[in-house]
Design a binder for this molecule. Structure first.
Ligand code: MG
Ligand code: MG
Length: 264
C-alpha cells in the first residue's frame, strides 16, 4: 500500500534529505586520489551524528557501514574498504539518514580527478536521465512514465539500464511502495498522486545491463566489468508537480557543476 504524505511529513522528509545532501557535499571535499572509501564512511558517520541524524544504512538488513561506496564497475551496495581511490576512478556514494524518524536517501557518482571522456559521458547521461525521470513525476502521470523517461534517454546512448534494482517510496521506512523501476512503458503502472514521496535512482551501465551479485552478499558489479553510474534524488509530489527534497547544490558549490549544459 502506498502511504501518501501530508505537507508536514514532506517538510520532515525534506530535512532528512537535506542532511544527506549536506553529507555528500562535505564528502565531495575529501574525494581525491589516495583517500579510501572507509575513510569517507567514517567522515560521513561522524557528520551525520554531529547533525542529529542516525546513519540509516548502518545495520539496515545487516549492512556494516554508513555509506555504500561503489567504485568503477561496482553498481551499488559496495562495502567501504581500504583500497585507495586512484586518479580516473569514479565512486558512487549512496547515503541514508534517519532524522525525526524520517528517512533521506541520496546518491551521487563522483569523479576522482580527471576521468576519460567516455566515463564523463556515462555520468552526464545518467545525471540527465535522473532529471528527465523527475520531470515525469507529476500528478496524472504513471510510474511507468518515470522509468520510460530514464530508460529511453540512456538506451539512446547505448547504455545498459539495470533491471535488478529499482527506486522506491520513502517515508518512515527507507523502502516503501511503490517500486520505481528505471525502465517502463508510458502510461503504465500506478498513478502518481499528490503526496507521493519517492526516491528516483537511475543505475546505468556503460555496457551490458546485466549485473553480478558478489559472494559477500552486498557488492553488485556489471556483467562485463565496464563502469556504472548512480544518481539519486528524493522527490515529493506537491501541487501536482515534482518537488526535489534533496539537492546536489552542496556538492556543486564546492566542485562546480560538471553537468551544466554547455551554452550553444
Ligand atoms: Mg540510496
Ligand atoms: Mg534509494
Amino acid at each position: 500500500m502506498i502511504y501518501y504524505k501530508t505537507k508536514e511529513e514532506i517538510e520532515l522528509l525534506r530535512r532528512s534529505a537535506q542532511l544527506v545532501s549536506k553529507t555528500l557535499g562535505m564528502l565531495s571535499e575529501h574525494i581525491r586520489p589516495g583517500v579510501t572509501p572507509l575513510e569517507l564512511d567514517k567522515l560521513a558517520e561522524t557528520y551525520i551524528r554531529d547533525h542529529g541524524g542516525i546513519p540509516a544504512f548502518l545495520g539496515q538488513y545487516g549492512f556494516p557501514n554508513s555509506l555504500c561506496t561503489s567504485v568503477n564497475e561496482r553498481v551499488v551496495h559496495g562495502i567501504p574498504d581500504k583500497t585507495p581511490l586512484m586518479e580516473g576512478d569514479i565512486i558512487s556514494v549512496d547515503c541514508g539518514v534517519i532524522l525525526n524518524e524520517f528517512f533521506g536517501d541520496q546518491a551521487y557518482t563522483f569523479m576522482v580527478g580527471d576521468v576519460t571522456p567516455e566515463v564523463f559521458q556515462l555520468l552526464k547521461v545518467t545525471y540527465d536521465s535522473l532529471l528527465l525521470g523527475i520531470d515525469a513525476c507529476r500528478a496524472g502521470n504513471r510510474i511507468g512514465d518515470i522509468g520510460y523517461a530514464v530508460q529511453s534517454h540512456c538506451e539512446a546512448h547505448g547504455y545498459g539500464v539495470v533491471r535488478d534494482l529499482v527506486g522506491h517510496g520513502l517515508g518512515r521506512s527507507i523502502h516503501e511502495e511503490p517500486q520505481v523501476p528505471n525502465f517502463g512503458r508510458p502510461g503504465k503502472g500506478k498513478k502518481i498522486q499528490e503526496g507521493l514521496v519517492i526516491a528516483i535512482e537511475p543505475m546505468i551501465n556503460m555496457g551490458t545491463a546485466r549485473v553480478k551479485h558478489l559472494k559477500d552478499g552486498w557488492n553488485i558489479v556489471t556483467g562485463d566489468g565496464l563502469p556504472s553510474a548512480h544518481f539519486e534524488h528524493d522527490i515529493a509530489v506537491v501541487d501536482g508537480m515534482p518537488d526535489i527534497l534533496s539537492t546536489f547544490d552542496y556538492i556543486f558549490e564546492r566542485t562546480g557543476n560538471p553537468f551544466q549544459p554547455t551554452p550553444a
